[in-house]
Design a protein around this ligand. Structure first.
Ligand code: DGL
Length: 266
């Protein structure tokens, strides 16, 4: 396989742009193709069957674009559909759960980790399993935070309403004695300020974007697929009309997206 092929990055919507940014910072030479499945977002409240079907459609689309590796930036898709996606492609596939769990396992001092994510991610138990594989005996406390995604998309990162909702969701985690909290959803890094204030300075927040970028680079290097030079280009696709994606990408993630192409699935 040629090293100058692009890396595919996929999310249910625009939250995965945080992963795109991290990959781009670490490997500015690489071409990136991003797909936001905006016609089907949110994945976080859907069943495994549905999330798997959507994820496979996107993965096949990106494979047809000739990607040399695929990063599933969506936590829900990584939790529910990663094995199926990996089996369906000929190129290596990486999710965000394992990198997030690795970072949390390395960070915790007292062996008690909290995980927050969408309903589907939390119900899947994927983070808990990944953590226990890396650190047997680790204590895990989880909480689903379904209102966080719409609050972030509304731009209410430090709004009073968000603080109220977060206090309620994090009540149990605050009392549980965790020293590390995994932000197990693409949107949650944007709420770091509120989450930090509520959880206090002794709890480390784990954002899997950086760790995922690092592991993507390691994977490409180990396969001899890392591009040596040049300046990478980015291409963006969405499955619904691009207008909202364009506006929110700039406002929420600060990513300058000029052209977004639409690919609708039947
Ligand atoms: N991208 C999803 C995740 O990381 C959040 C948005 C959604 O529910 O689709 O879990």
């Amino acid at each position: 396989m040629r090293t100058d092929r692009p890396i595919g990055i996929f999310d249910s919507g625009l939250g995965g742009l945080t992963v795109l940014e991290a990959v781009s910072r670490r490997m500015p030479e690489e071409d990136l193709i991003y797909f936001g499945d905006t016609a089907h977002v949110p994945y976080g409240s859907k069943s495994k069957e549905t999330v798997t079907r959507y994820s496979l459609e996107v993965a096949r689309f990106l494979a047809a674009k000739g990607v040399k590796a695929l990063v599933v930036a969506c936590n829900t898709s990584s939790a529910l559909a990663l094995p199926e996606v990996a089996r369906s492609l000929k190129v290596p596939v990486l999710g965000v759960i394992q990198p997030g769990a690795d970072a949390a396992a390395a960070a915790t001092r007292n062996g008690h980790v909290g995980i927050i994510g969408t309903e589907a991610t939390i119900a899947s138990g994927a983070y808990t399993r990944a953590l226990r594989e890396r650190r047997p005996g680790v204590r895990v406390t989880t909480a689903a935070c379904p209102l966080f995604v719409p609050l972030v998309e509304e731009g209410w990162w430090s709004h009073r309403a968000t603080t109220l909702v977060a206090r309620r969701y994090l009540e149990g985690l605050r009392r549980s004695g965790i020293d590390t909290l995994v932000l197990g959803c693409t949107h949650y890094p944007l709420l770091k300020g509120v989450l930090r204030r509520i959880m206090g300075p002794r709890v480390r927040l784990i954002d899997s974007a950086e760790q995922t970028a690092l592991e993507t680079e390691r994977l490409l290097l180990s396969l001899g697929l890392r591009r040596a030079g040049g300046r990478g280009r980015r291409r963006f696709f969405v499955s619904d009309a691009p207008r909202r994606f364009l506006r929110l990408a700039r406002r929420l993630v600060g990513v300058r997206v000029r052209v977004v192409e639409q690919h609708a699935f039947d």
